[in-house]
Write a protein that binds this ligand. Structure first.
Ligand SMILES: Cc1ncc(COP(=O)(O)O)c(C=O)c1O
Length: 509
């Protein structure tokens, strides 16, 4: 392969997202700072993805300690480590071939871990049974999803597989669908209803797609990335009914199931709801549910492990899921073991229990507090409005940008939100997500993860507010509804870096 012409055209057609370009620029700026370049900020802060460890959140000690022992079994004799850590490591090592994390596993994952996953699911879903034959471990949810979408992918043009995808959707999804060779069929989420799934929109998107592609699946992110919406029972039932009548496979990304913090809101799995429905649904609707080690409570994104559970899937098709996973030979074993530890943590009375509870509670309260704090601050800004998040790690505020910005962006052939993010990065060293037409036509949005240490959130908000006010003031004078006042009657102003909001006061950091 000597030139770009030799690269598979399908790969060349994968859209390079605006996010990828911003990400590269952020890395470049970091390098420039290391090499001594003078910038108006000391570092680049990246809150465009939900990688909490990168943002400074701490790993769960129990998981890291057990993994440390598994990687270096001499530590089994180290009595400074809690007894439950050593016992668990011993049990996990026994589950590995050759009692080593260095050996391959079955392509669908270690049976011991898959069995523990079924126990977790059964407990989560109040007794709905699960079967380890329906569990497939992969090197991350992204990989598992790719395997299923590739299995569905067929046809060209009008007969090409279509996958209904929410708008907005996880920023990594469009490239995955491109690579798998399927057509994304966007269905609009209802921003004013906190980004709820509107089945009328779903059906409308389905109708509009006929003749353009062959819709074969619905992708759902619940709790929502990037919206923070959490579906209730009724909404889930409605989606299941659409899937049933239209004979569509449900791909349900439930990786943020452990991070629901909205008042009177709780996570209920699609599987549980399906099993509460009539037999005609229970026995027929095909569902694949995804969960990941990259979820909130442990955030071990880099260890790369996730699993999918298939429901009502033809065993012959499942055989091909396994065949496709065989191309990976094996999912990283440390990731598989971490998955086991995540889903089967220390129990009350175990030596590691208190620390485990303290650490995971800290993560959860940080997330919940940050989400509320950030939404309040962002909602106080002119030209910005943010639906409250109920779960997940992102806020997805709407930007109402002045016409002048949209014209400038048009001249530079970028979207107005991308222009905003480029300038935010250059002027304040803050990287947030952009580049998705997520709301009503013409509106723009930003994606920012709030799963960061509280002091970092303050830095993020300070940089964002400071830039936003400067940017908006630079492109128009604030008048009428663009002015938002705090209770002190002080109009928010872009002068300097001090910002008074209705609830808090932030100083330059
Ligand atoms: C909705 C959603 N699905 C999947 C993933 C990726 O999961 P994994 O790291 O297991 O591939 C993420 C990112 O964390 C996500 O936000």
């Amino acid at each position: 392969m000597t030139s770009i012409q030799n690269v598979n055209p399908r790969v060349r057609a994968i859209r390079v997202s605006a996010q990828t370009v911003l990400q590269s620029r952020a890395e470049q700026i970091t390098q420039e700072i290391i090499q001594g370049a003078q910038k108006p900020f000391e570092d680049v802060i990246d809150v465009s993805s939900g990688d909490s460890h990168r943002a400074g959140m701490k790993p769960v000690s129990f998981i890291r300690q057990v993994l440390a022992v598994c990687l270096h079994p001499e530590l089994l004799e180290d009595h400074s480590l809690p007894l439950d850590v050593r016992l668990r490591a011993q049990r996990l090592l026994q589950a590995c071939d050759g009692e080593s994390v260095g050996s391959y596993t079955a392509s669908s994952g270690l049976l011991h871990v898959r069995q523990n996953i079924t126990e977790f699911i059964t407990q989560r879903d109040a007794g709905v049974p699960a079967n380890s034959n329906n569990i497939f471990i992969a090197a991350g949810t992204q990989r598992a999803l790719m395997v299923v979408v590739k299995l569905l992918s067929r046809g060209e043009g009008q007969s090409q597989t279509g996958v209904l995808t929410p708008l907005p959707c996880p920023h990594t999804l469009p490239a995955l669908l491109d690579e798998a060779g399927v057509t994304a069929v966007p269905y609009q989420l209802a921003e004013e209803q906190g980004w709820a799934v509107d089945v009328k929109e779903l059906r409308q998107a389905l109708r509009a797609s006929r003749g353009r592609c062959e819709p074969r699946a619905i992708y759902i992110s619940n709790p929502g990335n990037p919206t923070g919406h959490v579906q209730d029972r009724k909404s889930i039932q409605e989606v299941i009914q659409v899937a049933a009548t239209e004979r569509l496979l449900l791909l349900v990304d439930e990786v943020y199931q452990d991070s629901v913090y909205g008042p009177n809101t709780q996570f209920v799995s699609y599987k549980k709801i399906l099993f509460e429905m009539d037999q005609e649904f229970r026995d027929t609707v095909e569902l694949v549910s995804f969960h990941s080690l990259s979820c909130v409570s442990v955030g071990e994104c880099g260890l790369r492990a996730g699993y999918m559970e298939t429901i009502n899937m033809d065993p012959d098709v499942m055989h091909f899921v396994d065949t496709m996973l065989c191309t990976d030979i094996s999912t990283p074993v440390t990731g598989q073991l971490a998955l086991d530890l995540m889903l089967n943590p220390p129990k009350r009375g175990d030596p590691s229990y208190d620390t485990y509870i303290q650490e995971t509670l800290f993560t959860w309260t940080t997330l919940s507090h940050n989400a509320q704090r950030a939404a309040e601050v962002l909602n106080a800004l002119p030209g910005m409005s943010c639906q409250p998040a109920m779960g997940g790690v992102y806020l997805y505020p709407r930007l109402d940008l002045p016409a002048m910005v949209r014209r400038q962006a048009g001249m530079q052939e970028v979207e107005a939100d991308v222009l905003y993010c480029q300038k935010l990065l250059e002027e304040e060293g803050l990287l947030v997500g952009a580049g998705q037409q997520g709301g009503a036509a013409g509106s723009h949005h930003l994606r920012l993860s709030v799963l960061v240490p509280p002091d970092m959130l303050e830095k993020v908000l300070s940089r964002l507010c400071s830039f936003h006010l400067r940017f908006m003031n630079g492109h128009r004078s604030l008048t009428g509804k663009d002015q938002k006042e705090n209770p002190d009657g002080v109009v928010i102003s872009g002068e300097g870096k001090t910002f008074s909001s209705s609830v808090h006061r932030m100083e330059d950091v």
